[in-house]
Design a binder for this molecule. Structure first.
Ligand SMILES: [Fe+2]
Length: 390
């Protein structure tokens, strides 16, 4: 990606391939997570490595991605599978507190075969934060496949049970979800956690969600670059990522679509929830660096997304069984889905999204945006001496 202009940015190829497992080469260090003994062998490293497991009370924790630096410790690992929870009854508050601690540390937690249904999915989510996002596409129980305003239908299934067809508006809307993003960064009152639960039986080898570690990626930036990024504010716009995913159909969102989702402003560099670490808060929704031109903004934003999604910061989780659930923290990770394809099989995943109640929940308000604009105008893209991605 060399030249960014308003006219060409949306016509660039930006639909990501199904990188796992098809494009996964044995030389790649991008990691896939699946259970040992699940039958099929993945084409790259099996990272559910029980030799790395440890106990915390009644829970067994297996970290997924280990940083490659010499000074790295378990506390800088990214992603973990957690076993040992009795999902058949409400989760006790002491376990919830433990899980939040583990979540702060790993940013993405994977649970297998939970057996949760819609109600228990929502109930567990409500134990993790006071407010859940209402799905804006919920038009009443009789008009929604799932029938719960707190659950987003991120499946590829229509209300009548058929698979979403190519060229439907829903198909095109979903293409933006295959770009690296954080959920709801386009809301001024953003969300902290997402909990995605699988229903039915996913087709083996066909269903993946990919995660990137925005904390380690920030830490590994050169100090001089960090210094320049620290005060920048980003405008996030859902319709920007929809247009990137589907440039023709979402060239101009419908008036009612635009009205429901105005842009939002958040700091680029933020304090992560625990451990005194910082993280990049970045996503395909990111449209402008406040105070910068559109072209320079996109250049920096995609440079950073590419930086964060180098294989050493990324792992991919395969959906193996109904009841599998992944809970991630949008404030310290990015993720993406595999894109829809004409040959895809049914993938019934439903998401609860928990609104942030931390100190950065409301992002950056008007006066601060104006101040950030003045500061940012003094920095140009050319001053950022960015290391080459491998
Ligand atoms: Fe998402």
């Amino acid at each position: 990606m060399s030249t960014f202009t308003e006219t060409n940015i949306y016509s660039m190829p930006r639909v990501y391939a199904n990188t796992c497992p098809e494009a996964e080469s044995s030389s790649s260090s991008s990691l896939m997570l699946r259970l040992e003994g699940s039958g099929e062998k993945p084409r790259s490293e099996v990272v559910h490595d029980s030799s790395k497991s440890y106990r915390k009370g009644s829970l067994t924790i297996t970290p997924v991605l280990h940083p490659c630096t010499e000074s790295s410790t378990r506390s800088t690992s990214f992603g973990a599978q957690v076993d040992g929870i009795d999902w058949s009854r409400p989760i006790p508050e002491d376990i919830i507190a433990q899980l939040i601690e583990i979540q702060d540390e790993y940013a993405v937690l994977i649970f297998r075969k939970t057996g949760l249904d819609n109600n228990r999915h929502v109930a567990f989510s409500q134990q993790l934060g006071q407010k859940l996002e209402i799905n804006p596409f919920f038009y009443g129980r009789e008009n929604d496949r799932i029938g719960d305003p707190f659950l987003w239908d991120v499946s590829n299934i229509n209300r009548d049970g058929s698979i979403v067809q190519p060229n439907s508006r829903r198909w095109h809307h979903s293409l933006g979800n295959a770009l690296w993003h954080t959920d709801s960064s386009y809301h001024q009152e953003r969300s902290k956690y997402s909990l995605l639960l699988s229903h039915g039986t996913p087709a083996r080898g066909g269903s993946w969600t990919h995660f990137a570690d925005t904390r380690q990626a920030y830490e590994d930036l050169p100090q001089a670059v960090k210094g320049m990024l620290d005060d920048l504010v980003v405008e996030h716009d859902l319709w920007h990522s929809r247009r990137l995913g589907s440039p023709t159909i979402f060239k101009e969102p419908l008036p009612q679509e635009r009205a429901t989702k105005p842009p939002a402003y958040h700091r680029l560099v933020q304090q992560a929830p625990a451990q005194g670490r910082k993280a990049l808060y970045i996503a395909a929704h990111a449209k402008l660096i406040v105070g910068w031109s559109y072209e320079d903004s996109q250049k920096l934003i995609w440079k950073l997304i590419d930086w964060c999604t180098q294989p050493k910061y990324v792992f991919s989780m395969e959906w193996l069984d109904g009841g599998d659930m992944v809970w991630w923290d949008n404030r310290q990770s990015m993720h993406r889905a595999n894109p829809y394809t004409a040959s895809m099989t049914a993938r019934d995943v439903r998401r609860a999204t928990i609104i942030d109640d931390g100190p950065f929940a409301w992002g950056v308000m008007d006066q601060e945006v104006a101040a950030a604009k003045q500061k940012a105008e003094k920095i140009s893209m050319g001053q950022l001496d960015f290391p080459q991605n491998p």
